[in-house]
Design a protein around this ligand. Structure first.
Ligand SMILES: NC(=O)c1ccc[n+]([C@@H]2O[C@H](COP(=O)([O-])OP(=O)(O)OC[C@H]3O[C@@H](n4cnc5c(N)ncnc54)[C@H](OP(=O)(O)O)[C@@H]3O)[C@@H](O)[C@H]2O)c1
Length: 288
């Protein structure tokens, strides 16, 4: 169904320009504003309207997407602006606490507020590969869902405004852990003359295989019950010791394997050696 809803984009950095371009491609009348106005030139040539002020930009339609460097910039720019009656979708990266605080701040000023996180690079915006997370009142998301879908795969996570930021950083933890584990293996195999390209198909198969374990392990975490159906943590810890020894013998960095082993050893010392790997949630769920 055609959607001609007007949209406003505030912030035309690398990401904001991509967001505005995607709205234009989808046929939305698009108003833009940026501190450095020249960054709007190409968008204006493609049909966007450059607002002379933030207030003018906010007045252009019911929905304003904000994409600035950080939350401080959002507050500095929009405090005192005419946001009442508008729905703000803030796609600026920040913490869950900042998102919840921004929601209170916007609602006190009469605006509806959705927080968001962009799990994509600018060139993916406007394709289904661009996953964009939203959190806040479901009704506000549903009211603008078909417009937000012009930017990518629009997902609503829940009413808690902090959820988009939390999923964002959970995704980063996942991404960096997988990449670091792959680099660990690449460093070890390189010491034996195997290049990364040769090792990588094995690593990919393993990553996909391990990903398949997650739903079953999630059941254990959610139930708080960790029967050893496949292996005990003690068995895993012995394999971790081999990994550490091998790294040290090869002369490669052993910090990551040592961290994994230290966490497993703590759980074993606390009496969980006969349980399965997800029991480590008890180590991850508390501060050191
Ligand atoms: N780029 C990515 O791949 C990517 C991916 C996911 C999420 N994000 C997130 O998207 C947000 C924007 O990223 P970006 O790559 O577009 O950054 P960027 O290219 O550095 O753009 C930053 C934008 O914020 C504006 N800005 C900063 N401080 C301001 C202030 N005090 N008042 C008014 N405007 C201000 C800048 O205006 P000027 O043009 O006038 O400097 C510019 O429009 C960030 O939170 C980032 O983490 C980016």
């Amino acid at each position: 169904m055609e959607n001609n809803a007007p949209v406003t984009i505030i912030g035309l950095g690398l990401m904001g320009q991509a967001l505005a371009a995607a709205f234009l491609r989808a046929g939305h009348p698009t108003t833009v504003w940026n501190r450095t106005a020249a960054k709007a030139d190409r968008l204006v040539a493609d049909g966007a309207r450059l607002a002379p002020s933030v207030d003018d930009a906010l007045a252009a339609g019911p929905l304003a997407v904000i994409c600035l460097t950080d939350y401080q910039a959002v507050h500095d720019l929009l405090d005192g602006s005419g946001m009442a009656g508008r729905t703000l979708v803030n796609l600026t990266s920040g913490s869950s606490a900042q998102a919840r605080e921004a929601a209170r701040w916007a609602e006190q000023r009469g605006a509806r507020y959705l927080d968001g996180a962009i799990m994509a690079i600018p060139t993916a915006i406007g394709t289904t590969d661009a996953v964009i997370l939203h959190s806040g009142p479901r009704a506000d998301f549903d009211a603008h869902r078909s417009t937000l879908e012009a930017l990518g795969t629009a997902t609503h996570l829940g009413a808690d405004h902090g959820l988009a930021s939390l999923y964002d950083v959970a995704g980063l933890a996942m991404m960096w852990s997988i990449l670091s584990a792959w680099l660990q293996g690449a460093a070890m195999l390189r010491a034996a003359g195997v290049d990364a390209a040769t090792y990588t198909p094995f690593a990919q198969r393993l990553a996909v295989g391990v990903a398949g374990w997650l739903p079953g392990y999630a059941t254990q975490v959610d139930r708080g019950s960790f029967p050893a159906e496949v292996a005990t943590l003690e068995t895993d810890a012995r394999a971790m010791a081999h990994l550490v020894e091998e790294c040290l013998a090869l002369g490669v960095n052993a910090e990551l394997p040592e961290l994994l082993k230290a966490m497993a050893d703590r759980a074993i010392a606390a009496g969980h050696g006969g349980e399965q790997y997800p029991v480590l949630i008890q180590e991850f769920a508390k501060p050191r």
